[in-house]
Design a protein around this ligand. Structure first.
Ligand SMILES: *[C@@H]1O[C@H](CO)[C@@H](O)[C@H](O)[C@H]1NC(C)=O
Ligand SMILES: *[C@@H]1O[C@H](CO)[C@@H](O)[C@H](O)[C@H]1NC(C)=O
Ligand SMILES: *[C@@H]1O[C@H](CO)[C@@H](O)[C@H](O)[C@H]1NC(C)=O
Ligand SMILES: *[C@@H]1O[C@H](CO)[C@@H](O)[C@H](O)[C@H]1NC(C)=O
Ligand SMILES: *[C@@H]1O[C@H](CO)[C@@H](O)[C@H](O)[C@H]1NC(C)=O
Length: 418
């Protein structure tokens, strides 16, 4: 063993000792076992300029197949349905599709494989718990904080006011609709890179939720963009998916960090950075996303635009979403222990960090919002509610003037939000 090797060995020992200390208790055996389970053998490996490693994995060796209920699952190669919109008049030529992910500049995955962002040891060392790695925090209804009713609009349904509950450790600015038979939802999500602190569990999302379930235990299918330094190791804007069948308490995850989502697209990697992002009064970029239940297979497909399937959540994972969805939400969320607390509010941004009132070119938008019901037609929901927990920190504006455009976001702490 040469000198450099010994030096490196020492360095590794010191580093692992330090991270051991920082974490309190680190079980390396547990970490190695988790890494082995998460990272499947690669047919080809692509080193991305942004530091990510993308493994091209045999499509039948992806994490989904670790799920006992999917042991004999035969992959659905493409959706059996086609829901298309007539070219909408709202198309604003001044906005552009986000078409690339950073890693794509460094190579592509061969046929029969899918790109998976590799999880590294340091990603697990940053996590609060190995067990909950890659999963959103549990949703707990707050008993003390309230939603700012003066700026939210909760419709009456059957004489009952539908009021979403205020949640602990997160601030919400969303549009939602309720019904009994949604089998799809879509929206074009404007892409930004809001500032967040990297030394905390804080993260923000701009996303679509498709949900179902009784009481406060819900099943959800989710996709959009997020900035989540603790999970991904940097502050880039990343394309993500998430799912759960019990309000995040013990099931589901972001991307392919657990067994569930069946990825089919060889070009788009879950959790990878997207580019370019929008700039103030400059070019506006968006990701067109849709989540649709395949009426034949009951799988829920995630599609990029009309023509590009990304993968699907098998219907067999769900007890309520195996039929339809009852709640769809669009907008932003800011997850942090420092929200809804006077005098210590986080400075983390949602959306573009501009308030919704800043409008096009400055505030983050979602447009071409639509749902699908059993008529299999895309349409704007019959009614919508808006929901903003802390309007002075993160606001929301559903612009109905021409065709509806949802603006949302904000800077967090400011003189009106302390
Ligand atoms: C379309 O883009 C222009 C800026 O070029 C903006 O003023 C207008 O509000 C946009 N319309 C919509 C519906 O987003
Ligand atoms: C709700 O928003 C209004 C208008 O911005 C503000 O005056 C009020 O203080 C807010 N209430 C709460 C509880 O945050
Ligand atoms: C409202 O009540 C009617 C009749 O009881 C029922 O069929 C319908 O599903 C209810 N709507 C919702 C959204 O609960
Ligand atoms: C959905 O799942 C539940 C619970 O597993 C089951 O009772 C129900 O029959 C399923 N529905 C469909 C349409 O498969
Ligand atoms: C909220 O965040 C704090 C700080 O991380 C944590 O101690 C607490 O358990 C969280 N509460 C819930 C309900 O998750």
């Amino acid at each position: 063993m040469g000198k450099p090797n010994i030096c490196r060995l020492f360095l590794v020992l010191i580093l692992s000792y330090l991270s051991d200390r920082a974490n309190g208790r680190v079980n390396f055996k547990e970490i190695d076992a988790k890494l082995k389970q998460l990272n499947k053998p690669a047919v080809k490996t692509i080193q991305s300029e942004d530091g990510d490693i993308i493994d091209c994995v045999d499509i039948y060796k992806q994490p989904a197949f670790d799920n006992p209920t999917l042991k004999n699952h035969v992959i659905q190669v493409k959706p059996s349905f086609d829901i298309k919109e007539e070219k909408s008049s709202t198309e604003n030529e001044s906005s552009k599709l986000v078409i690339s992910q950073t890693w794509q500049r460094s190579g592509s995955c061969p046929e029969g494989t899918i790109p998976i962002r590799r999880i590294r040891r340091e990603d697990l060392l940053r996590a609060d718990s190995i067990d909950r790695f890659g999963r959103k925090p549990r949703e707990i209804v707050s008993k003390s904080s309230t939603t700012n009713h003066s700026y939210s609009h909760f419709p009456l349904i059957n004489n009952t006011n539908i009021i979403p509950p205020p949640l602990v450790n997160q601030s919400v600015a969303m549009l939602f609709t309720l019904g009994s038979n949604f089998i799809g939802a879509k929206g074009d999500i404007n892409v930004w890179n809001p500032r967040l602190s990297s030394r905390s569990q804080e993260f923000t999302t701009a996303q679509i939720f498709v949900k179902s379930g009784p009481g406060d235990v819900f099943e959800s299918l989710e996709s959009g963009w997020t900035v989540f330094p603790n999970l991904y190791g940097d502050r880039r804007t990343r394309f993500f998916t998430h799912w759960t069948v019990n309000s995040y308490s013990s099931t589901g995850c972001f991307d392919l960090n657990c067994d569930g989502f069946v990825h089919t697209n060889p070009q788009i990697a879950l959790g990878a950075a997207v580019e370019p992002v929008s700039t103030q009064r400059g070019e506006q970029y968006y990701i067109p996303l849709g989540i649709y239940m395949d009426p034949t297979s009951i799988n829920w497909w995630l599609k990029y635009g009309d023509d590009t399937p990304i993968g699907y959540w098998p219907g067999t994972l769900f007890s309520f979403l195996n039929h339809s969805s009852t709640l769809v939400e669009w907008g932003g969320r800011l997850y942090s222990p420092n929200v809804k607390k006077p005098h210590h509010h986080t400075k983390a941004g949602m959306g573009s960090r501009h308030f919704a009132s800043a409008s096009y070119g400055k505030a983050c938008f979602i447009r071409n919002i639509a749902i699908v019901d059993f008529s299999m037609a895309l349409k704007y929901p019959d009614w919508v509610g808006t929901w903003a927990d802390e309007f002075n920190c993160y606001s929301l504006y559903n612009d109905q003037q021409t065709s509806p455009v949802l603006y949302f976001g904000g800077p967090g702490r400011n003189p009106d939000c302390l």
